[in-house]
Design a protein around this ligand. Structure first.
Ligand code: FES
Length: 141
């Protein structure tokens, strides 16, 4: 083999091995990141909390198992909150006539969509998206 051809083959081999390592490193990490994001997006689930008829009758629905309360505010909007008071963990109660959530333990008050109206609660209640569909109240968690 001529010296010139030998050097040419060595250069081609070096370039090929460098490219394969570089491509593998880029492709694997980006694919993993994209897949992880896809999984987190699809992890939310829909939960049926009760019926529209039950909500109309009592003014609220409480699913203690999933700690979700759905209320219909004075504007007719469905709102889903976690009813666990952010002060010390008591379950807040819906006061339909005042359109507020009241904590029976230390009198913290929240708006229908969970914002703090009166202390000692340090932060708002977590909220979720709620919809009415085919007579059912469904919450996306
Ligand atoms: Fe709700 Fe204290 S636990 S105000």
């Amino acid at each position: 083999m001529q010296r010139r051809k030998f050097i040419h083959y060595v250069r081609l081999g070096a370039i090929a091995s460098y490219l394969s390592v570089a491509l593998a490193a880029c492709t694997d990490s980006e694919t993993l990141t994209e897949n992880e994001e896809d999984i987190s997006v699809t992890e939310s689930e829909l939960l049926t909390i009760g019926t529209i008829a039950q909500l109309e009758e009592s003014g609220f629905l409480l699913n203690e198992e999933s700690t979700i309360m759905v209320i219909k505010d004075k504007n007719g909007k469905l709102v889903a909150v976690n009813p666990t008071c952010t002060h010390q963990g008591c379950t807040v109660e819906w006061q339909n006539d005042e359109n507020v959530l009241l904590c029976p333990c230390h009198a913290a008050k929240f708006t229908a969509d969970g914002k703090v109206l009166a202390e000692p609660a340090p932060s708002p209640l977590p909220t979720y998206e709620a919809i009415a569909e085919q007579g059912q109240v469904i919450v996306k968690i």
